[in-house]
Design a protein around this ligand. Structure first.
Ligand code: TYM
Length: 320
């Protein structure tokens, strides 16, 4: 099992429900999770902010329940094989394939003179995944296309250079795989694009969570029904509820007849579920030397797996 998260902006409810909750539930000695700081370099980000946010993300993942005694948690740039493997795979993927990626097209259209790293981003992601002989990648829906790219590159490599990589599959949670913006429910909740009211951050104060849920955009007909087409705002709230309670969104809908009641209960459920994470975060964040030691130990464990896979790939390609 392998997955990653980019340490940019604040970790939000989409990240938590789409990915991190699954990571925590399925963690094992064969699970590897990374803070993708190399990926964050594709954004306009201040060095001091990147450093700070990387520590914040290590802390948040531990606070959310990842246990470094059980799984491996590390920072991508501390394991140099990721960047090295990325070069090998850049010589396998094509420009046409990368320039057709939806996220690339969206991000490139918003930046004048975008960096090459934005184009090659999925190749670095494929490298992350393939270095750990990964079978399953727990991610949100928005990563589906990148996962397909990873499979394509792995298969092409294996056909051209002999069996080298395990071909992974993406796994998505039954509810919460695509959490939408609370103010614009036809767009996903996002670290970079959501407005403050559109996104719930996992460290938000209870009063902020309550305000954001109460102000979430719904429709005016006041019938509680799970229907993404007609009722995206309400369906998003039902899905968030279902993801926390472990029910189906339909079941949640059947218990409510008024939007206000659903919003009140959802606010309590989200506050109650996130409060222990925020409390643990504050405790852990006050001890940076322990966080550094956890990251260092994680990088050593990750390198021990990634090194031999990198060497196998390099040799298969004919490197000396
Ligand atoms: P990132 O940092 O954008 O998101 C981290 C995880 O959160 C999921 N996610 C969502 N899930 C549901 N609803 C949403 N609104 C939502 N927004 C984000 C993402 O699907 C992801 O699982 N490139 C990746 C990080 C990465 C990675 C990897 C992932 C680097 N290497 C290798 C998997 C495997 C990214 O930027 O995710």
């Amino acid at each position: 099992m392998f997955s990653g998260i980019q340490p940019s902006g604040s970790m939000h409810l989409g990240n938590y429900l789409g990915a991190i909750k699954q990571w925590v539930q399925t963690q094992s000695p064969e699970a590897y999770y990374c803070i993708a700081d190399l990926h964050a370099l594709t954004l306009q980000i201040e060095p001091a902010a990147l450093r700070e946010q990387t520590t914040d993300y290590v802390t948040s993942l531990l606070a959310a329940g990842l246990d470094p005694e059980i799984c491996t948690l590390f920072v991508q740039s501390q394991v140099p094989y990721h960047a090295q493997m990325s070069w090998l795979l850049e010589c396998v993927a094509t420009f046409g394939e990368l320039s057709r990626m939806t996220q690339f097209k969206e991000k490139a259209s918003r930046q004048h003179g975008y960096r090459v790293g934005l184009l090659t981003y999925p190749v670095l992601m494929a490298s992350d995944i393939l270095l750990y002989e990964t079978e399953q990648v727990p991610v949100g829906e928005d990563q589906r296309q990148h996962l397909e790219m990873t499979r394509l590159v792995a298969e092409r490599f294996n056909n051209r250079f002999g069996p080298t990589f395990t071909v992974p599959v993406g796994v998505h949670p039954p509810a919460g795989a695509r959490v939408m913006d609370l103010q614009e429910p036809t767009r996903k909740m996002s670290k970079s694009l959501s407005t403050p009211l559109g996104s719930i951050n996992i460290l938000d104060e209870p009063s902020a969570i309550e305000k954001k849920i109460k102000k979430a955009v719904t429709d005016t007909d006041n019938e509680v029904r799970f229907d993404w087409e007609q009722k995206p705002g309400l369906s998003n709230l039902l899905e968030i509820y279902a993801s926390f309670s472990g029910e189906k969104p339909d079941e949640v809908a059947s218990r409510y007849s008024r939007y206000g009641d659903l919003k009140n209960d959802l606010a309590s459920l989200v506050i109650e579920s996130l409060a222990p994470i925020a409390a643990r975060y504050r405790e852990l964040r006050s001890d940076p030397s322990t966080l550094d030691a956890i990251a260092e130990q994680g990088a050593a464990k990750a390198s021990a797996v990634a090194g031999p896979v990198y060497r196998r790939a390099a040799e298969a390609m004919g490197l000396f």
